[in-house]
Ligand binder design. Structure first.
Ligand code: SF4
Ligand code: SF4
Ligand code: FES
Length: 924
């Protein structure tokens, strides 16, 4: 620690910080542009000048850039010094020379860091009277709008895009005052993290194109703290609503999880909330198959009557629904009649992952902790596609080598350009084993291509190399043995090694192999080692912990007539098991009631459909892949703007249906009661009730505001419907108010922050004000409750090692390759995501392509699971011979139901004819 003296006051600060970081962490305001808490300092913009004095007697001092000046004990500085103020004012005047001053039409206006800093420095007169430099803008694809004239040349965009996120197609071009930030030519930004440019850029050069299409100022949006539902990473988001539509999603800072950054699926995949074809009223299906809409009471009566006629009712839950909704369904049908709604193989793997997280002796690191790891082995996961935010953390872990090399030369980590120069291409060890090329290959120490069984064998071999008591792998070739030894050496040499595996390839063997590596590390006393296991869906972990049978079990109950009534919760069964199987089971049910927010094939097949709220219209709890239970809050009440809608939270429907079935009056139920019931019923979820500020949480006796204090127009918003303004909805379930009335400040610590705002800080940089130190943790603690705690070393090594893969003569092993854009059932319904989805192709090895006489782009016929379809071929340099890769999720749309993540065999041939393979060609 060090003592610094700022404008006559003494403060204790971290001596490893720079002065800007230290002062902002103390709550002192210094304007800045190029510095970013996650990206460090480069000293480019000259905006953060302060006066620094030699000692207490020095009365002249010198101007320094506070972001480039290290904290020194007994340092004297002044932010308020007149010369420093004048300097900062001049700098912003220079930066604004070419700026178009178009705030009234700029989409950044109202949450713009440049506006905030301009006000902070006091620059309020434009003296420049000449022609401004102008640029042409580019079409950067469906996510990002471009207005280069607003640029102030801070270089944050390229530093984020290239250095932090590894993108290659956005750069800086030009010189002096004519620098252009964009692509070489127009075209969609290739990075999966491009959306962060909208928050990283301090002005309105890069803005959210999906927001432009239905633009609303930040102060006119209603927010709630939420959690991304588009994968299992658990990123925290701040969705904004106006007129009953979600208008944009911004990052919500969680120091342990996503920090400042989201992936593009999470940021831009919200369009399914706004779809016009969503069911908004209960429906029942007439005998002629036509759907008829009905009122809530009638819907409950009809559903209850239909279910009462059934001999036995089962419930099918969902890993995309909250714990509370799933548990309420379980209460309705009874624990013995509850299915998780997850296909049997996947459920077994989810359970196995949970056991491995508990008993291998290694902890599951948070995303922030992953960034500190110094050797990583990834078995089977293409992380950018399956858990993008985890991939971004892995990238930072590799880059951490630069900080280590810098530290050895006395260069602090925050000195970003110096660290980058020292690091050059050096990185911490990263070993990847996947069937196809990945976008992390470029930073990997070694990227090995293999199918699921051979990836597992490599993992088992690494475990054996770490600990000879772990089972050896028979028949391993020399090259793989050497590779395994090399990986084991790197893991042992690291202070914080990490093993990552997951669900993407549907291979239990890969999970067991990762488990063996983890156990071996634990036995070798690598106490700081970690194990991260990637699940597919937002609440896969939660469902595993809650318990319940598989979807296959549920269909069997219906097929065999053991049950004939079914309630399906937020689950499209046709997306999980083949259509023939689902059809046959549902055909035997006397009553099919579904609760969902999308018009899925399952909704269309149900006798009665009850319209549920999406994440934006309901509250609940999800458990992320790191075992963090996090609550998401309702952003808006859909019936306020659309009085004819009958959308309800799924758990509210289930509560009402249960009471109606029991011929009881429907009593009020509160979310906290349901969360408590979950915690009491499932031992693994017991800490849940400590998870949240409960409904009665208040600050100074106030609820928390969902709307900024300048929120405008409420009295006029429904004037087209009725000039009498109805009362704002009352939220009994949470501490948040559906209004601007309530606490919206930053001074009182709170974990669940609906939107980041502090006086003078309207941009996402306002998160500084909520943190214990900038870039650190929220002062009240980061949101969420970790459920995987204190792992113990229990159980023994797995000995079931698969045989090496052998290609077949006339069949190919089919692998579903995870897709960030298109691989998730909900975000795939959002138009911008559909635009970003790659055209589906079948990936095959060059050897197989030659054998079949197929060139890149040729159409290939595929027969699989009784379905036949055609796709263009993509030749993959990595794909092993005898395997083909299909884009997960996308192909499902084309071909009907396929089982995600299950190893299958299919036949392929060049459309229009097959060439016979020779024995030589088939040999591995
Ligand atoms: S485009 Fe934005 S982030 Fe990039 S240099 Fe210009 S102002 Fe900075
Ligand atoms: S990584 Fe997953 S949870 Fe995070 S923003 Fe992307 S889709 Fe959402
Ligand atoms: S923030 Fe210090 S020079 Fe840019």
């Amino acid at each position: 620690m060090a003592t610094i003296h700022v404008d006559g006051n003494d403060y204790e600060v971290e001596d490893s910080d720079n002065l800007l970081h230290a002062c902002l962490s103390l709550g002192l305001d210094i304007p800045y542009f190029c510095w970013h808490p996650a990206m460090g300092s480069v000293g480019a913009c000259r905006q953060c000048a302060v006066k620094q004095y030699k000692d207490a007697d020095d009365d002249r001092g010198m101007l320094v850039m506070s972001c480039m000046a290290p904290v020194k004990d007994d340092a004297y500085i002044s932010i308020a010094d007149e010369e420093a103020k004048a300097f900062r004012q001049t700098v912003i005047e220079w930066l604004m020379v070419n700026h178009p001053h178009d705030c009234p039409v700029c989409e950044e206006g109202g949450h713009c860091h440049l506006q905030d800093m301009t006000v902070m420095t006091g620059h309020d007169r434009r003296r420049y009277r000449f022609r401004k430099r102008t640029h042409r803008n580019q079409n950067l694809g469906p996510f990002i709008a471009h207005e280069m004239n607003r640029c102030i040349t801070c270089y944050r965009c390229t530093r984020f895009y290239q250095d932090y996120a590894g993108g290659e197609d956005l750069g800086a071009f030009g010189a002096h005052d004519n620098v252009y930030f964009g692509r070489v030519t127009d075209g969609t930004l290739e990075s999966e993290f491009s959306g962060n440019l909208t928050e990283v850029c301090p002005t309105g050069v890069f803005t959210d194109q999906t927001h432009s299409d239905h633009y609303t100022r930040k102060w006119d949006l209603q927010f709630a703290p939420s959690v991304c539902h588009q994968c299992a990473s658990g990123c925290n988001i701040s969705p904004g609503e106006r007129y009953g539509d979600i208008r944009r999603i911004e990052n919500r800072y969680n120091g342990d999880v996503n920090g400042y950054f989201l992936c593009d699926r999470g940021r831009f995949g919200y369009g399914y909330v706004n779809r016009k074809d969503r069911p908004t009223r209960p429906e029942y299906r007439e005998t002629d198959g036509e759907a008829r809409s009905m009122e809530v009471d009638e819907a409950l009566d009809r559903a209850a009557d239909a279910l009462r006629g059934a001999r036995r009712i089962i419930g099918i839950g969902s890993p995309r629904a909250s714990l509370e909704s799933n548990h309420r369904l379980r209460q309705l049908v009874g624990a013995d009649n509850f299915s998780t709604g997850i296909e049997a193989g996947e459920l077994a793997r989810i359970r196995r992952m949970e056991a491995l997280n508990r008993e291998t002796g290694l902890a599951t690191p948070s995303l922030r902790e992953i960034e500190q790891c110094d050797a990583i082995l990834v078995l089977g996961e293409d992380l950018i596609q399956s858990a993008a935010r985890v991939a971004l953390s892995v990238r930072q872990a590799v880059r951490g080598k630069g900080a280590e090399l810098g530290a050895a030369r006395g260069i602090p980590e925050w000195n970003a350009e110096a660290v980058k120069t020292i690091a050059q291409d050096a990185g911490h060890s990263l070993f990847l084993a996947t069937p196809d090329v990945t976008k992390l290959d470029g930073i990997a120490t070694r990227a090995e291509r293999a199918g699921p069984d051979d990836i597992a064998r490599l993992g088992f071999a690494v475990a054996h190399a770490l600990d000879p008591t772990a089972p050896a792998v028979d028949g391993l070739d020399d090259a793989t043995s050497k590779l395994a030894e090399g990986i084991a050496d790197a893991l042992m040499a690291a202070k914080k090694p990490l093993v990552i595996a997951g669900e993407s390839l549907g291979s239990m063997a890969i999970l067991e192999a990762a488990g063996n590596v983890a156990r071996a590390l634990a036995r070798r006393q690598k106490a700081d080692a970690g194990l991260t296991l990637v699940r597919r869906e937002a609440n896969s972990v939660g469902l595993g912990l809650l318990g319940g049978e598989s979807l296959d079990w549920a269909l069997e109950q219906l097929d065999t007539g053991s049950a004939d009534g079914v309630v399906i919760l937020e689950n499209d069964l046709y997306a999980r098991l083949p259509a023939t199987r689902v059809d046959s089971a549902l055909a035997r049910a006397a009553a099919v009631v579904t609760i969902d927010h999308q018009r899925t094939p399952t909704w269309e097949r149900a006798d009665i459909g009850l319209p549920a709220g999406t994440f934006a219209e309901s509250d609940g709890t999800l458990v992320s892949l790191e075992g963090r239970a996090q609550r998401f809050y309702q952003v808006f009440d859909p019936s306020y703007m659309r009085p004819d809608t009958r959308i309800r939270e799924s758990w509210r429907w289930l509560h009402a249906l249960h009471a109606t079935l029991d011929r009881q009056p429907v009593e009020t139920v509160l979310l906290d009661d349901l969360t408590q019931a979950v915690a009491e019923d499932a031992p693994a979820l017991a800490p849940l009730h400590q998870n949240t500020p409960e409904a009665m949480f208040r600050i100074h006796g106030l609820k928390l505001a969902r709307e900024p204090h300048r929120y405008s127009g409420r009295t006029a918003m429904r004037a087209n419907l009725n000039v009498n303004e109805p009362r704002a909805p009352v939220d009994l379930d949470t501490p948040f108010a559906f209004s601007m009335e309530g606490y919206a400040g930053y001074q009182e610590p709170r974990r669940d922050v609906a939107f980041a705002w502090a006086p003078g800080w309207n941009s996402p940089q306002a998160w500084n004000k909520f943190q214990d130190e900038v870039g650190g943790h929220l002062r009240a603690g980061d949101p969420g409750k970790r459920l995987f705690t204190a792992p113990v070393a229990d159980g023994d090594y797995c000995t079931e090692i698969p045989a090496a893969f052998t290609p077949r003569a006339d069949e190919w092993q089919v692998i579903d390759l995870p897709q960030l854009f298109g691989g998730d059932e909900m975000s795939r319904r959002a138009e911008p995501i559909r635009e970003r989805m790659a055209a589906p192709q079948v990936a095959l090895s060059e050897a197989d392509a030659a054998r079949l006489g197929v060139a890149a782009g040729d159409v290939v016929s595929i027969s699989l699971d009784g379905a036949a379809f055609e796709l263009p071929a993509r030749l993959s340099a990595g794909m092993p011979k005898g395997m083909i890769g299909l884009p997960g999720g996308t192909v499902q749309e084309i071909t009907g139901a396929l089982t995600p993540g299950v190893t299958r065999w299919g036949r392929i041939m060049r459309a229009g004819g097959e060439r016979q393979a020779s024995a030589e060609e088939v040999r591995p």
